[in-house]
Design a protein around this ligand. Structure first.
Ligand code: FDA
Length: 404
């Protein structure tokens, strides 16, 4: 039976990075993945250009950009491997990149550049890579792990689980990592789709379904008092509901039954503007409104109330004020989300109370968890990849040290 120092399961972002780094630190690594193609999620990420990190990440305040049972869990790993460290690696490989908005870094050409970089790092580290290869069972005999795989049994004192979350099952996502955690008695925080479009009741949504494709900047929020979170981002209307960065961000915090609130004209005093318009204009309410929100949205809104289908100077004060209030504090309760089929990530995962924040080793000696399978979820904008790189680095450093 072949012997390795460590077997890493999952050749996605975290697994590839951990394998290359550990290999280069002298660890004899076997990397296994069941999918036909390597790192499909990196390939489709960032619209095909991979938003590989975010310059705004502050490791001293991880709760700003990360969610989970204990948002501080990721602090140590993020501080030991920063966005600047990954940018240096990207530069070393000559990958052209640029900053979009809010600190988000993207490749100039294609996500494939990043996959090639990670594979090159694995080659430098002498990593053995079995793909596609299925893992049928894992057992621990007190000394080492034996894995039954579709390429035969393999043995190693350390196993790293980097099999990611449940989103996009059609490219190979599974709950394998969560099941392994449970097999060894570790806790798993409830899983749910995150960074996901939200859906609304079919009939009630009808007046807005015609707006599919429309995008506009908004302020969006959910939660009350201390739990309140807000984002200033773009909103996108879809046939079934709402998407765009604003909704993806808020979806990670939203819970079933909760309302979300949207200001469709952020930074404007719409009530004041409409009252001024009433004093000087004879244009239709919808046409006046179109100065502050997109015309299609203004039309859809005015159509819902006969009192607004008239020149602004003939509209009642109350109707105009109510219109402004509804546009600037549009409160609605999503019926659900588009689910794992469309979610960018899975919130929840292996409970951080059962993991070491220094090494990512679990309470089960020799068993490590890195990347999205862990109960650490980042904001949209490169934060999830940075968590994958940072947790992989923490684990690789630990693999290079002899077991205690
Ligand atoms: P990842 O999913 O990358 O890898 C897991 C690997 O495990 C896969 O290769 C899978 O085949 C393998 N596997 C699963 N089950 C297995 C089993 N039973 N046996 C063997 N292997 C198994 N993030 C970001 O920061 N910037 C971005 O631009 C984007 N964009 C983006 C777009 C879209 C459409 C999605 C769906 C996601 C993103 N993300 C993102 C999120 C990001 O892709 C994600 O957080 C990381 O890929 C997580 O890295 P992991 O290595 O943990 O899992």
């Amino acid at each position: 039976m072949p012997d390795f120092d460590a077997v890493i399961l999952g050749a996605g972002a975290a697994g590839l990075f951990c394998a290359g780094m550990a290999g280069q630190l002298g660890v004899k690594v076997l990397l296994i993945d069941h999918a036909e193609k390597v790192a499909e999620k990196i390939r489709i990420s960032g619209g095909g250009r991979c938003n590989f990190t975010n310059r705004d990440l502050d490791p001293r305040a991880p709760q700003k950009h990360f969610l989970g049972g204990n948002a501080h869990f990721c602090r140590s790993a993020l501080a030991r491997y920063t966005p600047q460290d990954f940018i240096a690696l990207v530069r070393k490989h000559g990958i052209a990149h640029h900053e979009k908005h809010k600190g988000q870094l993207f490749g100039d050409h294609s996500s494939d550049d990043f996959i090639r970089m990670l594979l090159a790092e694995c080659a430098t580290g002498g990593v053995t890579h079995w793909q596609p290869c299925r893992v049928e069972a894992i057992a621990h005999d007190g000394e080492a792990y034996t894995l039954q795989t579709s390429r035969g049994p393999v043995r190693a004192p350390r196993v790293v689980i980097a099999t990611g979350g449940l989103s996009i099952p059609k490219i190979g996502a599974t709950d394998f990592g969560h099941r392994v955690a449970q097999q060894f008695g570790l806790r798993v925080a409830p899983l749910r789709p995150a960074l996901v479009p939200l859906t609304f009741d079919g009939e009630a949504w009808q007046p807005f379904a015609q707006l599919a494709g429309l995008a506009l900047p908004v302020r969006i929020e959910t939660g009350e008092k201390k739990e309140r979170v807000a984002f200033d981002e773009d909103l996108l209307f879809t046939h079934r509901g709402l998407s765009g960065p604003a909704v993806l961000q808020i979806s990670s915090y939203w819970r079933e039954g909760q309302a979300i609130r949207i200001d469709l004209a952020p930074g404007q005093d719409l009530a004041g503007e409409l009252m001024q318009a009433k004093a000087r204009s004879r244009k239709l309410v919808a046409n006046e409104l179109a100065q502050w929100v997109p015309a299609r949205l203004a039309d859809a809104w005015a159509q819902q109330d006969p009192a607004l289908q008239r020149p602004v100077n003939e509209a009642g004060d109350k109707a105009l004020q109510q219109l402004a209030q509804r546009l600037q504090r549009w409160e609605l309760v999503p019926t659900g989300s588009e689910g794992y089929r469309k979610a960018e990530v899975t919130a929840g995962g292996v409970d951080t109370r059962d993991l070491s924040q220094q090494t990512m080793e679990s309470k089960q000696p020799g068993l490590y968890f890195i990347g999205e399978v862990v109960d650490v979820t980042g904001w949209l904008g490169g934060y999830n990849f940075q968590w994958a790189w940072a947790s992989a680095n923490a684990c690789a450093q630990a693999l290079a040290k002899p077991a205690e």
